[in-house]
Design a protein. Structure first.
Length: 483
């Protein structure tokens, strides 16, 4: 039995508010105007908001083993959403979390596009939020809740764009991958891709999980930084000891790790001091840097959006280069010793530093880990260096037919030409899909810095969502016109 979209939401336990007129019968396939896509987006706004609310209120926190049932609930809801627009869909089992796969097939001769989003989210502490992170609020088109912008909101914009393509019989094949492990590094994603290569075959890939620099200027990234995580551990005694009776003789592992770290990075400038670290960094062209600045990047707006009190550079050009085209060395935490109130006068016996290096083309995670390990051992041979999973940087080529179509779609939907940028973050799925499926990747994200990726009070808004729905309508139409 086939249910309407709103009937489906009712079956899934969503209380719908108000009434909405039924959309007119799909017109014949003719040249569309932007106003038609605007009208369509407005007509599905209530459905979009209810679908997003349903997903946000399932706490799909992939890092928490106790949320396994919620991960499965999310997968089931996602399958139902895909089926509601006419797609065939299933939750594909893996050795980890399932991956939701769906497809809308028209004709093998038509262009095929594979849409990727993820539906798992970061943890959220309710005590830090202004509202329950897993109860979505809607304040005049501003949607607050964990996952609204990363990445459930953009995923639903793509879904409703695809619904338009189905309803209006656009000549394009659309496939969906909704991952549920992205926030933990996608340990089962390669397994899924390799086991399903035949049915994932596509002409191009779209990832809607990236951030604009400014609401005033759409951005289409073409590169991502890679990542190499490391742990530095040092144990110097069997137990914590009294700092009065042993201080001056006993080694302090926290202090020694701090010394090692100070040799690895200049904390004031961010310059990585590991010998050979910059040898493989690909030089950024002046044209690329000019494109970065066309995105509207401004250091003052950047600081305001991320609530930064001070930064390492106040020059916008320098900052853009640092975020998108230079590697980093970051210290995420140092553990060991006493962390309670006041002071406990002990010398700790063990300590651990959590490190990561963001990498850029043409750096290799294994090589970066080797350089760090050798350098740390030369400074303090007692430090244990543990290599975690790594991810290579990704760099695509902009200017091909898919990027041209993406640029046109963004401009028509948002009224401004898109700027070509890179992303400072990492998306493991981009590299996996590009290499395994041999298809170009286009990044059509909709999030803004102020939406708060991974932050408290994460939010999304209708201006971006409605524009995103229009953008995907345009994009699918342009794909349908390709030969």
């Amino acid at each position: 039995m086939k249910y309407s979209f709103r009937e489906l939401l009712n079956l899934l336990g969503i209380c719908l508010r108000g009434k909405q007129a039924k959309p007119a019968a799909p017109p014949a396939l003719v040249e569309q105007k932007s106003t038609e896509f605007e009208a369509y987006a407005a007509s599905v706004r209530a459905d979009y908001e209810e679908a997003l609310k349903m997903l946000v209120e399932i706490p799909s926190v992939s890092v928490d083993p106790e949320r396994k049932a919620d991960i499965q609930r999310t997968a089931d809801a996602a399958v139902a959403l895909l089926r509601s627009i006419g797609a065939s869909a299933e939750a594909v089992k893996t050795s980890g979390n399932p991956v939701v796969f769906g497809e809308i097939l028209t004709d093998p001769k038509n262009q095929t596009v594979l849409l990727y989003n993820h539906l798992d989210v970061q943890p959220a502490d309710p005590s830090e939020w202004s509202s329950d992170p897993f109860k979505m609020t809607n304040e005049n088109g501003v949607y607050r809740g964990r996952g609204t912008t990363d990445d459930k909101g953009p995923a639903m914009a793509a879904l409703f764009g695809a619904k338009y393509a189905v309803d209006h019989k656009l000549p394009v094949n659309i496939k969906f991958i909704w991952e549920l492990e992205e926030e933990i590094g996608g340990p089962s994603f390669d397994e899924f891709i390799n086991a399903n290569k035949a049915r994932l075959k596509t002409d191009s890939i779209v990832i809607a999980d990236t951030i604009w620099v400014s609401r005033d200027r759409p951005a289409i990234p073409y590169g991502l930084r890679g990542l190499q995580g490391m742990l530095l551990r040092l144990t110097t005694a069997a137990k914590d000891v009294h700092s009065g009776t042993t201080g001056g003789v006993a080694r302090n592992p926290i202090a020694e790790l701090a010394d090692v770290i100070s040799h690895c990075v200049d904390a004031k400038t961010g310059r990585v001091l590991i010998p050979g670290f910059y040898d493989d960094v690909r030089e950024l062209s002046e044209q690329e840097l000019a494109n970065f600045l066309k995105s509207g990047f401004d250091i003052n707006n950047f600081m305001r959006a991320h609530e930064l009190k001070s930064v390492r550079t106040t020059d916008s050009k320098d900052a853009a280069r640092r975020i998108w085209a230079l590697p980093t060395f970051e210290v995420h935490g140092i553990t060991g010793g006493y962390s309670g109130p006041g002071i406990k006068t002990i010398v700790p016996h063990t300590a651990e530093a959590k490190i990561s290096m963001r990498l850029v083309p043409d750096q290799n995670p294994g090589r970066a880990a080797e350089l760090l390990t050798n350098f740390v051992k030369s400074i303090n041979p007692d430090v244990e260096v543990v290599k975690l999973d790594g991810l290579r940087p990704y760099l695509g080529e902009y200017g091909g037919p898919y990027y041209q179509a993406a640029s046109k779609a963004m401009a028509r939907a948002f009224g401004r030409e898109a700027a070509y940028t890179r992303e400072g973050g990492s998306i493991g799925a981009a590299l996996s899909m590009n290499e395994t499926l041999k298809a170009p990747v286009v990044f059509l994200g909709l999030s803004l810095p102020e939406h708060g990726y991974h932050a408290v009070n994460e939010n999304f808004d209708w201006q971006q969502a409605g524009g995103g729905i229009q953008m995907f309508c345009h994009y699918f139409k342009l794909l349908g016109e390709m030969k």
